[in-house]
Design a protein around this ligand. Sequence first.
Ligand code: NAX
Length: 368
Amino acid sequence: MVVLQVVVTGGAGQIAYSLIPLIARGLVFGPATRVHLRLLDIPPAAQALEAIVMEIQDSLFPTALEGVLGTTDEVRAFEGAQVAILLGGFPRKPGMERGQLMAKNVGIMKRMGQLLERHASRDCKALVVANPAATNCLVLAANAPSLPRKNFSFLSRLDHERMVGMLLEKANSVLAAGTASHAVRSERLRPADVRGLCIWGNHSDSQVPDASSVEFCLNGNWVPAQTILGDSPWLKLQDANAVAGAGGGDYLSEAVRNRGAVILAARKLSSAMSAANATAAHLGDWLCSPPTGKTVSMGVFSDGNPFGVPEGLVCSFPVQCGDLSGANRGGWNFDSDFRLTEDVSRQLAVSVAELEEEREMAFSILNG
Ligand code: NAX
């Protein structure tokens, strides 16, 4: 029996708390894959880790979990790891400068990269969730140079799922009101009935939530979003620096960019359940699905790809995932059919400039 070795850093944090049951129920790596889970956290969280291991034991998860290790020993956590889920990081404190936050987190990612390089499987796949996710991913990979660059990714899927959810909410309310031009449908649209969207760029306010080619599957046929929504300005891409900050939803792109802040303000905690679900979806599509032709947003290395982003930057793109059978486990490709509109191109350039700035800041911190 094959057992997949999975390390989760930040194992005592709130996203991990929602992610562990998804892994343990076989909803991330598939019901046929047994998982040995290593939960890593820092010494002040050791007791919390112990409690989480007790809770896992008490949850009587059926079969997907082969074993669990809750540890503050980094080497034990990373030894032979085949999948690394990097949630662990330093949260922003009041009054903290961006540079100070970056300094804390790139230091952590440098260490995680060294652990991957020295102790993980040579084909380990790494997903960075911890912020600043794109730059963290770059630093991680730079410190694990013997692992293929295609094995590194960061999570932009939560923003992608937020956009799908908002499109569905809007389209279903139009359909329910019966005001769409040629649209008559009794059933609600589901997530699989939406395609053609992408989150481009950095994982920050400069991200580009692109709905310019969105289609809905209506009565079995793919139709442009406008068939249901009309020529609504809501779909139009707003400039990132024009975001009002209220998250009120005059524009879809504004609402997607502000969603995290709106949830934080209401819950007094950042998104965790939805972040765990997006992490599960990202890993499931990347590592466990047969090729479906579905396009998803994923932060990956640019290789001078079809979209003109400079080679060597880590950036969110539209990608299609391959399969996990045999040697091809974890393949993905850019969706080169995706067309950049002028607006998206212009805003992506702004986000790419920010990524370049962050890269410079990160490496000047690391090089002392
Ligand atoms: P929490 O603060 O609940 O958990 C973080 C955990 O990391 C803590 O238990 C902490 O002790 C641990 N940690 C700190 N340094 C560590 C180290 N060197 N080694 C191992 N563990 C370490 O945060 P949570 O809400 O779980 O969020 C985790 C990260 O995800 C944060 O950086 C957050 O900003 C980021 N997010 C990224 C998202 C994305 O879409 N990419 C969305 C959700 C989330 O905000």
